[in-house]
Design a protein around this ligand. Structure first.
Ligand SMILES: O=c1ccn([C@@H]2O[C@H](COP(=O)(O)OP(=O)(O)O[C@H]3O[C@H](CO)[C@@H](O)[C@H](O)[C@H]3O)[C@@H](O)[C@H]2O)c(=O)[nH]1
Length: 515
């Protein structure tokens, strides 16, 4: 009767993720008040974009590799379908032999984005119902969730965790320095930052951090005319920090490592329990699995075979790799400037041009670039590309995943940041770690052909500065590999985190028993 009632309640989602969780549920009223057992089961919920799903998946897999732990990754249904194309139009649970993947319906099963704040509220409600059903479904199938983990902008996870009396943990998938700037922005420093927003080089002193320039702060702080998207992101983060503030103890996992951001990690310790669990870059080949499902996990169609063959034919460290991540697209002028800058520089290049929405505008570039010394692909296995010996440098927008992947491969970066955390990431690349240089954009925000060619000449050349950058990149690569080595800092940090979660669960149960 209980299942029937709940099916009625959720019948609007008949083709949605709810069906999976309902079919998992063998009986009703599951909550997490009972004895938790000794096994920890993490439900990792990721926002539906590649920059969130990649690190969330790596974290879930790493947690599941620690004795006594299991993990489930939950992503929005439309993204789940893109990850598992052979399951198209289905919302089934999938396993890769290590973790399970269970989709939830975020109210945009067709892949569309919220149109306005009312739409956002409706979708938030859909999120709530669907994620709650995932937790119930897992409990009903004997896999009681013991902790919920969410990537940024996922306040809904906090609400579901509270409903089920589960601890929740934020997985901060950007640098610890950015975590610190947001924390202080929302805790008393907003006015100080906003009041200097007309002076981009003004340096702000935030507790425990080196002075940071206004222009390197998250762009949402100072944007003069904020877009709907920027407002939405800032609001979601504000809500997340408010929710965290209501907790007795705040636990945050950060996709970074000590050797990279020692100062920022320490600066956050007085305010929260921070665990450095990065870099979330899986070892090469780790994702090629015998399991058929595993082989199919991707969000975009790769042009891989062709591009790896092409790279094999190039000289060592001769190729410029360009990619601006999974969200940004090029205007016609920007694409033209890049094309001509590359042609002027003269080295071979591999360029990712996602055509989404701008197909005709950039088509001419693709034709011309492919006819010349370069190769243009719509998507590639970036990590594999960056690890290829022919890659000499990476022209990047400095998305945090791309930055970490370049560090893991020891590839020098030409930073061309655009928005959000990217200016700060570019600052860290150029000034803190000295593993790259930063290009200037013109007054229209375009990277011009002259500036691109100038920067490439410098980065790929034989000057002392270029050699120093290459040496720094190799050193940082070693530190990154030490961080992820067996029994290294990452493993220790994950184990400490798991222990602290188990203690928290025990204390909660004890308190409930006494109450
Ligand atoms: O052809 C490609 C291009 C990209 N990628 C992968 O896509 C991911 C892209 O992530 P990221 O570099 O972080 O860029 P965005 O997709 O732009 O990420 C968004 O999310 C990040 C994490 O919050 C932020 O740091 C960025 O500013 C924000 O734009 C990386 O893992 C890349 O390896 C590929 O596999 N193939």
């Amino acid at each position: 009767e209980d299942i029937k009632n709940r099916n009625n309640t959720y019948q609007i989602h008949r083709r949605g993720a709810i069906e999976v969780t309902m079919s998992l549920a063998k009986d009703g009223n599951h909550n997490n008040n009972g004895e938790q057992g000794r096994c920890s089961h993490f439900l990792v919920v990721a926002y539906g974009i590649q920059g969130h799903i990649n690190p969330a998946r790596t974290l879930a897999r790493r947690l599941a590799q620690i004795g006594g732990c299991t993990a489930t990754l939950s992503v929005p249904l439309s993204d789940h379908r893109r990850m598992f194309p052979s399951h198209e139009n289905s919302c089934e649970e999938v396993s890769d032999g290590l973790i399970s993947y269970i989709p939830f319906s975020d109210g945009r099963d067709d892949g569309s984005w919220p149109m306005d704040s009312e739409d956002r509220v409706q979708r938030h409600k859909a999120n709530l119902r669907s994620l709650s059903a995932v937790v119930n479904g897992l409990a009903a199938s004997g896999r009681l969730v013991t902790c919920m983990v969410c990537t940024l902008s996922m306040t809904v996870v906090v609400e579901v965790a509270r409903e089920h009396q589960l601890p929740f943990v934020v997985y901060w998938i950007q640098p610890a320095t950015i975590l610190a700037t947001y924390y202080h922005y929302f805790h008393g420093h907003e006015k100080l930052i906003v009041q200097h927003d007309t002076n981009p080089t003004y340096e702000v002193n935030l507790p425990g951090l080196h002075p940071l320039r206004i222009c390197d702060m998250p762009t949402f702080f100072t944007e003069k005319t904020q877009s709907y998207l920027s407002k939405m992101v800032l609001q979601a983060l504000r809500e997340l920090f408010e929710q965290m503030h209501q907790e007795k103890s705040i636990v945050v996992l950060v996709n970074t490592f000590d050797a990279l951001e020692d100062v920022a990690l320490k600066a956050m310790q007085p305010y929260m329990d921070v665990f450095a669990v990065g870099p979330a870059v899986p070892p090469l080949g780790a994702l090629q699995h015998k399991n058929e499902n595993e082989a199919q996990i991707h969000l975009f169609k790769h042009d891989e075979k062709n591009c790896m063959e092409w790279l094999n034919a190039q000289l060592e460290k001769s190729v410029i790799y360009l990619s601006f991540g999974s969200l940004l697209s090029y205007t016609k002028r920007q694409a033209e400037e890049i094309l001509h800058g590359l042609q002027d520089h003269g080295q071979p290049y591999l360029w990712v041009v996602r055509k989404e929405g701008r197909a005709e505008e950039v088509d001419f570039c693709i034709r011309e670039a492919n006819a010349g010394k370069g190769m243009v692909v719509e998507w590639c296995d970036q990590q594999k590309v960056l690890s290829h010996p022919s890659i000499g440098c990476f022209v990047t927008h400095c998305g945090w995943n791309s930055t970490l992947e370049a560090i893991m491969s020891g590839v020098p970066m030409l930073a061309v940041p655009s928005w959000s955390d990217q200016p700060m990431n570019a600052f860290l690349v150029e000034k803190e770690w000295r593993v790259g240089i930063r290009a200037e954009r013109d007054e229209e925000g375009v990277l011009t052909r002259g500036e691109l060619a100038r920067c490439l000449d410098l980065l790929m050349g034989g000057s002392e500065k270029a050699m120093q950058i290459r040496a720094n990149a190799n050193r940082l690569k070693e530190r990154a590999h030490q961080a992820v080595a067996s029994d290294g800092p990452l493993e220790t940090s994950l184990q400490n985190f798991i222990k602290s979660m188990q203690n928290l669960n025990r204390t909660n149960q004890e308190n409930k028993r006494l109450a």
